[in-house]
Design a protein around this ligand. Sequence first.
Ligand SMILES: [Zn+2]
Length: 176
Amino acid sequence: MSFRSLEYYGSEILRKQSRELDCSTEQDFIEILINDMKRILYTENGLGLAAPQSGENVRLFILNPEELDLSGHSVFINPNIEISGTLIKDEEGCLSIPGIFELVKRPSNVSLTALDENGRSFSLELDEYTARAAQHEHDHLEGILFIDRLSPIRKRIIRKRLSEIKKEYRSGKRIL
Ligand SMILES: [Zn+2]
């Protein structure tokens, strides 16, 4: 049995817009996908993971409830986010872009509506790093990476590392 694995910078899947999921007809697909994503997230010690990072262009992300304040939730299907508050700068990284950590400006608050793993709708008000993580993962569903939100100067500084990751990814080598 083979499991899905982590997609890295350079993968075209990370740049595509993801489609909505149908919880009534795609139950089995969703259940296996969530299992694979949790395996990747916990193996990599991540805060969150979006479906495209595991090779599927569908609107689903998971967040790590041990690290973030999520009122018992961890699975977000067809999520909708509304941002508000002031812009705050904080450090972000991404499992798909190893070794790069940069300050990113994002709004401080998020109203999140989504379906859980059982297809039930729920809403959450998020702030602090949890609001940031939700925005980062939601970006993945639109094909946006956190490095897209950096200033031209910071982008230039990380350019070499990005091309290294892409080269290693394309050659199929393990990325460190
Ligand atoms: Zn990411």
